[in-house]
Write a protein that binds this ligand. Structure first.
Ligand SMILES: NC(=O)c1ccc[n+]([C@@H]2O[C@H](COP(=O)([O-])OP(=O)(O)OC[C@H]3O[C@@H](n4cnc5c(N)ncnc54)[C@H](OP(=O)(O)O)[C@@H]3O)[C@@H](O)[C@H]2O)c1
Length: 164
């Protein structure tokens, strides 16, 4: 399984239920990387998707403990145990953890790779990704040149989990 996230310079990922920043090239990267794959997310992230709709051309899996929540067009899992059972039918290399904070935290130890778009600005954030630069299990294996959108610098960084 792999994680994919956009983080600010403080590893912030969201505020008030929204993303911190939307960068078209990053959105295209996210789509190209996850298309045709399985995406795993928390209920909050699912509800924040454009139009409240599942991501197209991907198998959407939503974690929720709410028995009454029925995400249209998505598979519902009630626990990590339930998720693992569901994922057994897929190649784990095709499974992407797409957030938010609570789901990244729980599933990161099981991720072999992380695709992190690092934005070189600091925003007000109330949700964070684990700082992989301070985590000895994780190592940078690939890094793009610095790119710019509307005066915001960012780069694509790929990490691997040395413990997997
Ligand atoms: N920058 C990025 O790349 C990125 C990506 C994704 C999201 N985000 C941001 O992250 C924020 C949302 O993160 P969040 O942590 O608040 O919410 P979240 O992780 O998206 O969803 C949390 C919900 O998931 C369900 N859940 C979590 N763990 C579970 C488990 N083990 N078993 C069953 N259900 C489980 C629960 O749903 P119930 O309450 O229904 O039980 C929980 O309330 C937003 O601001 C969003 O924009 C950023």
């Amino acid at each position: 399984m792999k994680a994919i996230a956009n983080v600010d310079s403080n590893w912030g990922i969201g505020c008030n239920g929204n993303l911190l920043v939307r960068i078209p090239e990053d959105m295209r990267f996210f789509k190209a990387t996850t298309i045709g794959k399985i995406v795993v997310m928390g209920r909050e992230t699912f509800e924040s998707l454009p139009g409240g709709q599942p991501l197209k051309e991907r198998t959407n899996i939503v974690l929720t403990r709410n028995e009454d929540f029925n995400p249209n067009g998505a598979i519902k899992c009630s626990s990590i145990f339930d998720l693992n059972n569901n994922l057994s039918q897929y190649n784990l290399n095709d499974v992407f953890v797409i957030g938010g904070e609570s789901v990244y935290k729980q599933l990161l130890p099981f991720c072999s790779e992380a695709y992190i778009t690092k934005v070189e600005s600091k925003f007000d954030a109330d949700k964070f990704f684990v700082n992989l630069d301070l985590n000895e299990a994780w190592e940078v294996v690939d890094e793009s040149e610095v790119k710019t959108h509307n005066d915001i610098n960012f780069r694509f960084v790929k990490y691997i989990n040395k413990k997997i």
